[in-house]
Write a protein that binds this ligand. Structure first.
Ligand SMILES: Cc1cc2nc3c(=O)[nH]c(=O)nc-3n(C[C@H](O)[C@H](O)[C@H](O)COP(=O)(O)OP(=O)(O)OC[C@H]3O[C@@H](n4cnc5c(N)ncnc54)[C@H](O)[C@@H]3O)c2cc1C
Length: 357
């Protein structure tokens, strides 16, 4: 039997989503020898997202000019006859373009990237085991960043448990003859919501949440697509189909020590930073990725306090925000069957207050 190849780096990063790519950038900038391991053949593709990015991320200069495809200034919120318009600031971004630029930046700073490589777990000495395109290899790292998304296969392999959540599906479809406004929509049979985000020549439409009636998510999406098509708000052509998992447990421990005392830093969706109601997690992925990368570089050079400090910083930044999201989710669930439009107003954090939230 061939022995697995052995590699040593300062920081190993599992997952080339926004969290992992920004972590790689931050760690490499801090002088760490960095390796990103990504299961997909191509960074950012296939893409499973509705691609709405709130404006605060743009302010951090992390999005290249060519990635945003449409501005979002207003968001229509609909639950039956209850309607309101929220003022928001953000863009619909083309995620493959954005992530390609993030990857290029990380590589420019000296990181390296292996695609078609799946992290399997840590061996008893704390080495990261990877199944790559040319066979298995083991990575000895001063710190490992777990940025492998809401289902986090690596966290599960390490016995850190699975986050509760709900499925979501997205279609990118042709734009229709009439302008489609950015909108979220609620229905009684979905404890969750639907979205339509125009993206220039296309529109992202999708649904995420727990179905309460007999119809499953694909059937509900097909019905909604028919209605948007009949109103001329979208065209018939489908450009892309995607879907994924929206974690709704809230944050989990983001700094732990694995086998062999290897420091593990969880970030982005893997750390439970997706919003418990909306499922939106891109801003948190950006922030936590940058923090995790800097902390991992410190840990790799022996700064033991960097792990607890990372955990404390995440709690300070997102604890209250995600805690309010969890409470809103619980409150909305308790009310849903009795008065789902009122519950939807409680559920959706951007529902304008003057509309009776
Ligand atoms: C349908 C849908 C629509 C969404 N729309 C929005 C939106 O409009 N706005 C918003 O803010 N958020 C949205 N989200 C949430 C958003 O996609 C996530 O919050 C965001 O992608 C989190 O980034 P991340 O880097 O933590 O993880 P991800 O983007 O999930 O990246 C994880 C990466 O890890 C890789 N990976 C997984 N396992 C392994 C392994 N074992 N080894 C190596 N690589 C691995 C994956 O291939 C992937 O590339 C949506 C989610 C879904 C499912």
């Amino acid at each position: 039997m061939r022995r697995p190849q052995k590699i040593a780096v300062d920081v190993a990063i599992v997952g080339a989503g926004p969290a992992g790519l920004l972590a790689a950038q931050a760690a490499a900038r801090a002088g760490a020898w960095t390796l990103i391991i990504e299961a997909k053949a191509q960074v950012g593709w296939p893409n499973h997202c509705a691609e709405w990015l709130p404006g605060l991320v743009l302010g951090q200069g992390q999005v290249p000019a060519e990635a945003p495809r449409a501005r979002v200034g207003e968001l229509e919120c609909r639950a039956g006859q209850t309607r309101a318009v929220a003022r928001v600031a953000g863009v619909v971004v083309d995620r493959p373009t954005w992530q390609k630029a993030l990857a290029e930046e990380a590589l420019w700073w000296g990181g390296s990237l292996t695609c078609r490589a799946r992290a399997l777990g840590l061996d008893e000495d704390g080495r990261l085991l990877v199944a790559g395109p040319a066979g298995r290899f083991a990575v000895r790292a001063g710190a490992v960043i777990v940025a492998d998304g809401a289902l986090s296969p690596l966290a599960r392999a390490l016995g850190l448990g699975r986050q509760a959540g709900a499925p979501a599906i997205n279609l990118e479809v042709e734009a229709g003859p009439r302008p489609c406004r950015p909108a979220v929509e609620f229905w009684p049979e979905l404890f969750g919501y639907g979205w339509s985000f125009p993206k220039g020549a296309t529109v992202n439409i999708g649904l995420g949440g727990v179905t309460l009636g007999r119809r499953r998510l694909p059937a509900l999406l097909a019905a909604w697509r028919e209605s948007l098509l009949a109103q001329g708000l979208i065209g018939p052509g489908v450009v892309r189909r995607g879907g994924g998992w929206l974690g709704h447990d809230g944050p989990r421990a983001a700094f732990v020590r694995g086998p062999g005392q290897t420091p593990l830093l969880l970030c982005g969706d893997a750390a439970g930073l997706g919003h418990p109601c909306t499922g939106a997690g891109l801003p948190q992925a950006v922030d936590s990725g940058l923090l995790a990368g800097a902390a991992a570089a410190d840990l790799a050079r022996g700064v033991a306090g960097a792990g607890p400090a990372y955990q404390a910083e995440l709690t300070a930044r997102f604890g209250q925000y995600l805690g309010r999201g969890l409470a809103a989710r619980q409150g909305a669930w308790a009310l849903w069957r009795a008065d789902w439009p009122a519950a939807a107003r409680r559920y959706w954090p951007l529902w304008p207050a003057e509309a009776g939230r």
